[in-house]
Design a protein around this ligand. Structure first.
Ligand code: C2O
Ligand code: CU
Ligand code: CU
Length: 418
């Protein structure tokens, strides 16, 4: 057998410097964000994870199509315990992913305290059409800190809207200065915040989307701005003049229930170097066409909630670790119609099985991509196509505003064989 790539990853509390201030965060490997794990399609990987915190936690590799035994979001690792996450990366999995804790009820606090890192899988497309384009991964996060420099756990109204910290960070830094060496460079963006939406632009540059979540697109798509809901990723080519000085900005976004900020927030300064960039690739790869007509059934998923006490629901019920909410059959494809009758945005996330977005309020998705997160706006109906091709077993889907997930907006899916 081919060799295994082995990574050691420890969750532990650590003093780190953020925005010129010493703070105590929960970290992976002592840094915030955690180390960037760079993997390759086809590779065998083993992540040796150790819980060095003084509280239980676990590890979730967000978006990677893993068998449920490996993903194991139900696992509870007590302080001092370790677990291995061993898997092989499938062909076609090149994309941008991330990792974070998934301990039900504690996700918002632990992720909000710093437990997040990016994970990049490279594949054939990175060695052919995208080869030679310099790239960077930017993990977006925010922190709410108390006067003593420790993260504030979510409280009160945070459980309703999701907690937004006022320190908005790119790779753990406030408004860092970044350098893109060439006039065509690539940035991979990860929204690792518990609840903050990042609505991004980069005036003075042209942006071309080349990937979303765990999937490379068929061809670059020119975009003016990007909206990343919590959990979402975007893989973008940036074209700008040599020597340009740019500012990556977070634009106001009125997510339901929350007033939009009054003005754009500078997130990072970007300096473009003098290297002549490669031409923009015309084609990237083939993305399989899934036909809605091949679906075996349509299933309705409805977001919901109740105020006193504050709970969030999927199809009228809060998460129950002992209940399976949805059964599907391996080898079938389903249309999921996700309805959001609430006045808050809720990003839908499905583990294990990548999907394609069919339409939003009846408007067909303009291009094909394999996704694992899709935002659902107030009043909106989003239809996705999910083929259950591999990885039978118990998995889950939830809102990726993790405060909502912790308060019940999660459900089990069991994919049965035969
Ligand atoms: Cu990013 Cu169920 O998680
Ligand atoms: Cu996930
Ligand atoms: Cu939600």
């Amino acid at each position: 057998m081919d060799p295994e790539r082995i990574f050691e990853l420890e969750a532990r509390e650590e003093a780190v410097e953020v925005g010129g201030r010493q703070v105590r965060l929960l970290t992976y490997g002592g840094s915030f964000p955690g180390p960037l794990l760079a993997l390759r399609e086809g590779e065998r990987v083993r992540i040796r994870f150790r819980n060095g915190l003084d509280e239980p936690t676990n590890l979730h590799l967000h978006g990677i199509p893993l068998p449920p035994e490996v993903d194991a979001p139900h696992r509870v690792l007590q302080p001092g315990e370790s677990a291995d996450y061993a898997f092989r990366l499938q062909p076609g999995s090149a994309g941008t992913y991330w990792y974070h804790p998934h301990l039900h009820g504690q996700v918002a606090r632990q992720l909000g305290a710093g437990l997040a890192g990016a994970l990049v899988v490279r594949g054939a497309v990175d060695e052919t059409v995208l080869a030679g384009i310099p790239e960077q991964t930017l993990l977006l996060h925010d922190l709410a800190l108390g006067a003593d420099g420790t993260p504030l756990p979510p409280g009160g109204i945070d459980w309703l809207h999701g907690q937004e910290g006022d320190l908005v960070l790119v790779n753990g830094a406030v408004e860092p200065a970044l350098h893109l060496p060439a006039t065509l460079s690539r940035i991979r963006l990860v929204n690792a915040a518990t609840a903050r939406y990042f609505h991004l632009d980069l005036p003075g540059a042209e942006l071309f989307l080349v990937g979303q979540d765990g999937g490379i697109l068929e061809a670059p798509v020119a975009v003016e701005r990007l909206l990343l809901a919590p959990g979402e990723r975007a893989d973008v080519l940036v074209r700008a003049d040599a020597g340009a000085a740019l500012v990556l900005r977070g634009l106001p976004y009125a997510r339901g229930g929350k007033k939009a900020a009054a003005e754009a927030l500078p997130l990072a300064r970007i300096e473009v170097g003098n290297l002549q960039g490669l031409p923009l690739p015309a084609r990237l790869r083939e993305v399989e066409l899934l036909e809605a007509s091949t679906a075996h059934r349509t299933r309705r998923i409805t977001w919901g909630g109740a105020m006193r006490p504050l709970r969030f629901f999927v199809n009228g019920r809060a998460f129950d670790p002992h209940r399976v909410d949805v059964h599907a059959r391996l080898g079938t494809t389903e249309i999921w119609e996700i309805r959001n009758p609430m006045h808050l945005d809720h990003p839908f996330h499905l583990h294990t099985h990548a999907f394609q977005i069919l339409d939003r309020d009846g408007v067909p998705e303009p291009f094909r991509a394999w996704r694992d997160v899709v935002n659902v706006r107030p009043g909106e109906v989003v239809r996705i196509l999910v083929p259950f091709r591999e990885h039978p077993g118990l998995t889950m889907f939830h809102c990726h505003i993790v405060e909502h997930e912790d308060r019940g907006m999660m459900a089990h899916l069991e994919v049965l064989e035969g």
